[in-house]
Design a protein around this ligand. Structure first.
Ligand SMILES: C[S@@+](CC[C@H](N)C(=O)[O-])C[C@H]1O[C@@H](n2cnc3c(N)ncnc32)[C@H](O)[C@@H]1O
Length: 286
């Protein structure tokens, strides 16, 4: 069997089993290619170069068993491989953190935040950092910036620490444990936050792949706004006069607008739509 045949076979099996995507891939073919290449120890961009290579029978069996593990456990592929990519940057992941997929990464890559600052921001807070991916991407985007990255979960911060070290950014990223803004006193120029924001009904309907992730990272209470409510009550005291908050809220725009009718955020365009990431300058509050 060739590598291309094996990927096609794995794709058909994932499709047939009805597994859920959205943790780094969006369809069965891409997920199959990722899992097959990873299990064979090939570069993840190596499919075209190796498509017609024959795969020895024992390796075929190992790959097939790996695909069956993905199906039986319904764990996201990134938990099986221990690694995920965001904007082409690799990150360590495991069950202590969600698989990184924040749309704020796109906003950073496309420079949408830069327009709000005459000079690149020098002090950045990544609130709810999880595996530290947004802190790392912010530090890469602004090489002079000092970044504070916080999370309530000590387990998540252990994973974040590995990613900070992996990308040799320990000099510029400080990790802090604590509840919301209490972990990062003072005023910040830029606060990035991808918080738990999934509402109660959506939490109850989550596919198993999402239930494999820490509930603390997803559960936003009845209307998804529990964490955001506390954040927005305190954030004016934590932003510099020219500071900016960039907040991801997923599919919760209606709940956001119902909870905060007086706020008029700027909605930032992303590949998932124009209503999932918002920006609030400090001037939004009196
Ligand atoms: C949606 S995840 C985002 C993780 C990461 N920033 C990303 O984009 O992949 C939310 C994170 O918020 C953390 N969290 C939940 N409640 C918190 C709180 N009260 N204070 C600080 N962090 C909290 C969770 O542990 C989780 O790591």
């Amino acid at each position: 069997m060739t590598l291309a045949d094996l990927v096609q076979q794995a794709c058909a099996r994932l499709d047939q089993a009805g597994v859920c995507f959205g943790h780094g891939t969006l369809n069965a073919y891409d997920e199959a290619a990722w899992l097959v290449l990873w299990r064979l120890g090939l570069p993840l961009d190596g499919l075209d170069d190796h498509a017609e290579d024959p795969v020895p029978a024992d390796r075929v069996l190992a790959v097939q068993a790996f695909i069956e593990e993905r199906i039986a456990t319904r764990r996201p592929a990134a938990y099986l491989t221990g690694e995920a990519w965001l904007q082409g940057v690799p990150f360590n992941v495991d069950e202590r953190v969600i698989v990184p997929r924040s749309l704020i990464a796109e906003v950073l890559a496309e420079g949408l935040i830069d327009a709000w600052f005459p000079e690149p921001p020098g002090r950045v807070l990544d609130l709810c950092t999880g595996n530290g991916s947004l802190a790392v991407l912010a530090a890469m985007a602004w090489p002079q910036a000092l970044v504070t990255a916080t999370d309530l979960s000590l387990d998540a911060l252990i994973v974040a620490q590995r990613n900070v070290e992996r990308h040799r950014l320990a000099q510029r990223i400080a990790l802090r444990q604590g509840d919301g803004l209490a972990a990062a006193p003072g005023r910040h120029q830029l606060i990035l936050c991808n918080p738990p924001y999934v509402n109660r009904d959506s939490m109850q309907a989550l596919p198993p792949e999402y239930r494999a992730e820490p509930a603390l990272a997803l559960d936003g209470g009845d209307d998804g706004m529990d964490f955001v409510r506390g954040l927005l009550a305190q954030v004016p005291q934590h932003l510099a006069d020219d500071g900016v908050l960039v907040l991801e809220i997923g599919h919760e725009r209606a709940h956001f607008e119902a909870a905060f009718p007086a706020l008029e955020p700027v909605w930032l365009p992303t590949s998932a739509g124009d209503d999932q990431v918002l920006l609030l300058p400090r001037q939004s509050w009196p």
